[in-house]
Design a protein around this ligand. Sequence first.
Ligand code: ADP
Ligand code: MG
Ligand code: MG
Length: 210
Amino acid sequence: MTLGTDWAIAWIRRSADVVAEHRVELITLDREIGDGDHGENLDRGFSAVVAKLDTLPEGSTPADVFKLVATTLISTVGGASGPLFGTAYLKAAGAVAGREDLDSASLVDLLTAARDGVVLRGKAAVGDKTMIDAWTPAVDSAARAAEGGQDEKSVLEAAAQAAETGARDTEPLVAHKGRASYLGERAVGHRDPGAQSSSLILRAAVEVAG
Ligand code: ADP
Ligand code: MG
Ligand code: MG
């Protein structure tokens, strides 16, 4: 089994649905340690993406899908998360450029490039209480699964599970990047909204994989 353009489109559609379903939850998390707009930012961005998916020409590759997502998120999502997720999809597109079907190793390339894009843009390290605390364990876990010979869906499952644990593990942390970093100890006990939305998006990738 390999995952192609249909999967990439389904992933983005499912991401939009999941973000819409969890809009209030993400807003609530961001109200606790940010400015309360994360759910709205992502919902607006992914709705705009879905509206554009039908404009993709016949024969588009997964990279074309991710490029469309990137440019749309960057232009429609204000706040930190627009450029961060936008860069993630842009780098993901670059990593799988020209490939029509993505095998386990390609998925690891995609996830690694996405994470590296967020780091390039936001300069956060693991433990800073950001979306990187979901992405980096996801990449590491996906890489281990692929090296162990696991299939595409198992690689994505490994990524999603690690991201979910990573998001939960932001709760006891003090933030060192983003708005939550202004709160010092007051951020302790709250989950980072961007880590949570990242885990939802990575879970969506599995749900539509075969
Ligand atoms: P804003 O903070 O501008 O309102 P959002 O609420 O949409 O933007 O997104 C906030 C999320 O962005 C945070 O929960 C965090 O995960 C992520 N974030 C913020 N700054 C950084 C950074 N420098 N690196 C990685 N992620 C970051
Ligand atoms: Mg916010
Ligand atoms: Mg904001």
